[in-house]
Ligand binder design. Sequence first.
Ligand SMILES: Cc1cc2nc3c(=O)[nH]c(=O)nc-3n(C[C@H](O)[C@H](O)[C@H](O)COP(=O)(O)O)c2cc1C
Length: 210
Amino acid sequence: MEFDFERMSPTDCFTFLTSTVVPRPIALITTTSPTGACNAAPYTFFSIAGIDPPVVTVTVLPTPDGQMKDTGRNILATGEFVVNLVSEDLAEAMNITCIDAPQDVDELVLAGLEAGPSIKVRPPRIVASPVSLECRIHSSVPLSPNQVLIVGRIVQAHVADRFVISPREPLLDTPAFRLIGGMHGARWYTRTNDLFEMERPTWANWKVQR
Ligand SMILES: Cc1cc2nc3c(=O)[nH]c(=O)nc-3n(C[C@H](O)[C@H](O)[C@H](O)COP(=O)(O)O)c2cc1C
């Protein structure tokens, strides 16, 4: 079956894309408002997107009534945010932070998540997150009214000590993060502990073996 994206509604595009592009890493994003109020919310329209400069991308979709979400508003106003990656034991708290609370509600408090100071940006990191990436805005692309693609330059990263095998390479114990990913629909998630390994082919070996 074919799907004509030029004729599909944004809602249908959302359903199709979130049903097919899986699993998606979850960025639990902390921001602060210009007055210093803390905000947290999960985003899976999220990826790493470059290494020089090192950047992440996040797309803030409009609210159901077409408004800009607090995360987008805060990032555009302050230029700063922190991406906190989500492990299995943070799943329920992460889910609480997606609540459509009024602007002045601190979702970290609501979800019982401890905030710790960041090194280079004002928004706090989430202490229980295995990895936090402090970001300053690199650029932003307005996609439609109140929908914005944000490119964030990573300026500092925090990794909980127990996951660092060697800081020099850096070599990290990725499976031990026990990160979760977003799946289809609004409720489905996946664990990341069903791994398999493959060597990448090189042309030199390929020619010898065939
Ligand atoms: C796992 C998960 C992933 C989400 N991903 C996104 C996303 O990529 N973009 C988006 O606009 N909303 C996303 N949402 C919904 C927002 O988290 C939700 O609208 C939240 O209330 C926004 O909060 P804010 O206004 O404090 O930014 C996601 C929700 C969940 C639970």
